[in-house]
Design a protein around this ligand. Sequence first.
Ligand code: HEC
Length: 155
Amino acid sequence: MCKLCWTSLTAAILVIAFVGYKIMYPTAITPSADGRMAIELTAGERDLVLTEMRDFLISVQTITEAVTTEDMAMAAKAARKVGTAAQGAVPLSLVSKLPNEFKKLGFDTHQQFDQIGLDAEQLGDGSQALKQLSTIMRNCISCHAGYKLVAVPEK
Ligand code: HEC
């Protein structure tokens, strides 16, 4: 048996598997100077995620305002706007570039907004909604602490 043949064959298979994996899952996540991990997206993909982010902020503002004016229907509507249904707009090609931890945090955030919507409608309790919002905002903080988005030319 040729030991060298087996070694080079194994090495070749590993290289092919690695390249294939990289083509199918072109995740580019690199450390950056500010301590966060930089996720590389195309300019269009980055815009889409940032638009979603601004929608989060709008809902946070609307919910706090709705609680102070005791308008829980408005709070529910604002929460649902950024619930799991909002995720449908994100294409798979973009989702595949996001690290698992990022996806988990993002999905959990959408789910928690759905819960606020449900509870705001059924319980109509403003302080409950604020409490839930404060829990959600831990997700905003922890994701922002860990990741940033950089636009790179399409590969
Ligand atoms: C799963 C991760 C994640 C979660 C959860 C998250 N964000 Fe973000 N957000 C990001 C990243 C990454 C950026 C881009 C930061 C950068 O590139 O410097 C961002 C940017 C933003 C921006 C700037 C948008 C712009 O146009 O530049 C706002 C506003 C924002 N987020 C609001 C929120 C709010 C409010 C929440 C919680 C309700 C939230 N985000 C939850 C990851 C997240």
